[in-house]
Ligand binder design. Sequence first.
Ligand code: PMP
Length: 287
Amino acid sequence: MPRIAYVNGRYVPHARAMVHVEDRGYQFADAVYEVCEVARGFIIDMPRHLDRLDRSLRELRIAWPMHRSALVTVLREVIRRNGVVNGMVYLQVSRGVAPRDHVFPAATVKPALVVTAKRTDPLAIARRAANGIKIITVPENRWERVDIKTVGLLPNALAKQQAKEAGAQEAWFVDPDGTVKEGGSTNAWIVSKDGRLVTRPADMGILRGITRATVMDVAKKLGLVVEERAFTVEEAKSAREAFITSATTVVMPVVEIDGTTVANGHPGSVSLTLREAFFDVAEKTVA
Ligand code: PMP
């Protein structure tokens, strides 16, 4: 089945899906995005993702490219046209196309919308979760507004490349005080020695992950205590468990941090239980 993308009002073959050279997303990273997991034919936590999109757009004073319900129709259509049952749907809204100038273009310039979808192999992801992943840590070097989900992801790309070259799958950004912020594309968690789930508060300084929010709901249902506080790399290395969350990885156990084995080097039971229970608790919209 050939891949199809939605680009500014048209469904086009993926290979010919293009934006203008003066799209502000391309020139200034003046764009925001969302990624929703598609699992067993459902879009996972779509309302939460669209609420966060609304917040990102508002923070940057970019208008919605179309009505929210019309956007849902486009998401569904792209998923359908690509035959995605398990995978993800990506949407990006830029401030639009205008002659290159740092200041905002006239209000008549319409925001640009791109939507793509792709299939993923649930078995490959499950295998990865059964083994757990390795993390490296890198100094935080991003701007302060990482709570806005912009496409300005160069520090994240560099950090994840560094992780890959070190044989790891994710990099955690660490503040000068030694506390963990989040991963290049995931939120960071530990299970403390006394069995509490610990994750950094999501005021500013990290992205308010949708999976993070739903994992909190899962934890509540399972009677687990969640503590929103910063934790250090040292605490994570000696924690009972560590894991990351994101729409594409759901709950992914961490078994090594900067070469130090976490616990016995195998995914922890709390991480795997949260992973198991996630789908039942998450909000499911028929794709
Ligand atoms: N932090 C960053 C920097 C991310 O890019 C992502 C993934 N979009 C996350 C956290 C996880 O967010 P979510 O659970 O909404 O996918």
